[in-house]
Design a binder for this molecule. Sequence first.
Ligand SMILES: *Cc1c(COP(=O)(O)O)cnc(C)c1O
Length: 419
Amino acid sequence: MRLNTNWNRRSFLGSLGALASAITLPFKGAFAATPQKTATTITGFGQTGNPYEELGLQTVINAEGTMTVLGGSLPHPELEAVMAMAGRHFVPIADLEVAAGNRIAQMLKLPDGYTALVTSGAAAAMQSGLAGILTGDNEAFIRQIPDLTGMKSEVIIQKTHRNPFDHQLRTTGIKLVEVETREQLRRAVNERTAIMHFSNFANAAGQIKVDEWVKLAKEYKIPCMNDAAADTPPVSHLWDYANMGYDLITFSGGKAIRGPQCAGLLIGRKELVACALLNNSPHEDTLGRSQKVGKEEIIGMVKALEMYLNEDHDALEKEWQNRLQLVSREITKVPGVRTEFFTPDIANHVPHMRIIWDEARVKITPKEVSKTLRSSKPSIVIGGGEGHPGLGMSSFMLQPGEAEIIAQQLARVLKEHSS
Ligand SMILES: *Cc1c(COP(=O)(O)O)cnc(C)c1O
């Protein structure tokens, strides 16, 4: 089966060059209506096709997943080409935000009264979304925040839903109020409550699940936000929570959607999204001015969603599973090594594999294997020794040929330590 991902690692690494050569901006008569296919010669920085190595860094094979610290995900060349087009014109950014949001709402078939805002990431969407609820369209409040004098000042969150990304809620100046039970929630709601926040990945951990949380919010007449940053696939999550009644929902653009690295989505009720934009770049003297999102990212997010919606998701999943099988077949030839397959219910809902071995027969710890692969050439990033037995890997960020390299290297290291 031919997948949409039939481009290789080298072509990504050379993408800065490839991009420039695919569509060249002529010096004279700029803004040519049709892209020109003249090759651009790159001299100086970037001429090797791998600017990272030119900086003395080693690029890695990513068997871990869509980690922001590793660069998130890799964009389709078609997305890069459309983003390059966006970089050739000036346009009023606030108008672009509204137009892009309307197009995204149409593409996602969001419920009536909903739209989207492209932000610099899900974290920015959380901050601007909440800021908009706190300030409304009051200009003095927008300038004043995070001083919340005169505004609401509390956000209710389940204790088990606390995570490092709630920092972006706290930057607005609010206080997080933790609850565990329905009764504690009922008592926590008061005239200072700005929103009820839900961390989608923590659904299983909290006593109150995603559908009940929004129902209770309606009952208490409190706006309700769901951070679903890493929760595609499935693609339907892009509209499920709006249909459920959440007022604001956030997604990362640069994770599995494979949009621009510095982009995310705030999906929500039009009037709330409009107030979020007032608190966001390009508007000055705002909390969100530090979260600039460029014209290229805004256009790129529209294109990325179009491509993501058109993708053959079943075929992709099969391909990801096949890559894991390939690694499994090779490494389970080493006596004492076995594999297990699993798919997390939520967040990175893609095929994963656990690699476990009998340490009496293969005398090396998962942590040591992980370290050895990280420092080998090519460098492989694969998780291990963090609260689960063995190593854990996903294959959805692998480029063609990389599963084979992992299979070989991993089998070699395990064999070397076999008695
Ligand atoms: C990645 C992530 C974020 C932040 O998303 P960005 O797009 O990188 O800003 C927020 N919440 C959760 C749960 C995430 O996984």
